[in-house]
Design a protein around this ligand. Structure first.
Ligand SMILES: Nc1ncnc2c1ncn2[C@@H]1O[C@H](COP(=O)(O)OP(=O)(O)O)[C@@H](O)[C@H]1O
Ligand SMILES: [Mg+2]
Length: 224
């Protein structure tokens, strides 16, 4: 298996009025292509920070992140955003769908931003796999939480990112809907060979993962 993402001596310090917060302390990670990673640890341990710096959403204060050997933070912000759009997908706890657009437009948005049109057959396949073909003309506000998250997953998968980052994607769903949604996300990722990095507290979801990355007080204590 080949390494897709590598982090070396990754540090993140937040400056606050009450002093510095060391949210990440010298994290080294090697993520393999096509593997499902669960990132777990107590609240405040640095899970979201780790996801943000691994995915280029937030600059680390020290260390390096490389994706396919490319230094993520060596580029201009514009070039990095374009690279991120093509290589990475995100699924958030709050779904982040655009309320003023219907589900189909939402799902196609990342591709449109990249000047591309979705492949029709792949669009059919993904919306069917996620059970939202019947919801495409609806607006996010007309959907249940589980349906909104499935739409957000379709939006992510359709762009065929090689890496998918999800921060507590089932945090707003009831347990059963959350686990069903995760099963759909993991089967999509497995089918398309995508690397999945999911922050979760749910032991069932941790059990579904190929590998577990445990983080305590800003340091990786397992899975590095
Ligand atoms: N923007 C920020 N400014 C200051 N401190 C922050 C900020 N974001 C997170 N932190 C702090 O960094 C630490 C790690 O936070 P976070 O990565 O959100 O943890 P988790 O996702 O595991 O709950 C916590 O102590 C948190 O309070
Ligand atoms: Mg968090």
């Amino acid at each position: 298996m080949s390494t897709i993402l590598q982090a070396r001596e990754l540090c993140k310090t937040y400056k606050t009025s009450s002093g510095d917060v060391l949210a990440l302390k010298n994290v080294d990670l090697d993520l393999e292509e096509g593997v499902f990673y669960a990132v777990t640890g107590r609240s405040g341990s640095g899970k979201s920070t780790l996801l943000h710096v691994l995915s280029g959403l937030d600059r680390p204060t020290g260390g390096r992140v490389t994706v396919d050997g490319t230094d993520l933070y060596a580029w201009s912000d514009d070039r990095m955003s374009a690279f991120r759009r093509r290589t990475m997908g995100f699924v958030f706890q709050q779904y982040n769908l655009l309320e003023d657009y219907n589900v189909k437009t939402n799902i196609c948005m990342p591709l449109r931003l990249d000047g591309k049109r979705p492949d029709e057959a792949f669009f059919e396949e993904v919306t069917q796999a996620l059970g939202i073909q019947g919801k495409l003309r609806k607006y996010p506000g007309e959907l249940s939480g589980g349906e909104q998250q499935r739409a957000a997953i379709a939006r992510c998968v359709l762009a065929r990112p090689r890496l998918i980052f999800a921060d507590e994607p089932t945090g707003n769903l009831d347990r059963r809907t959350g686990e069903e949604t995760m099963a759909l996300l993991t089967s999509c990722a497995a089918r398309y060979g995508q690397t999945l990095i999911v922050v979760t507290h749910n032991p069932e979801i941790v059990r579904m993962a190929d590998k577990v990355i445990r983080i305590e007080d800003g340091a990786v204590t397992e899975g590095a």
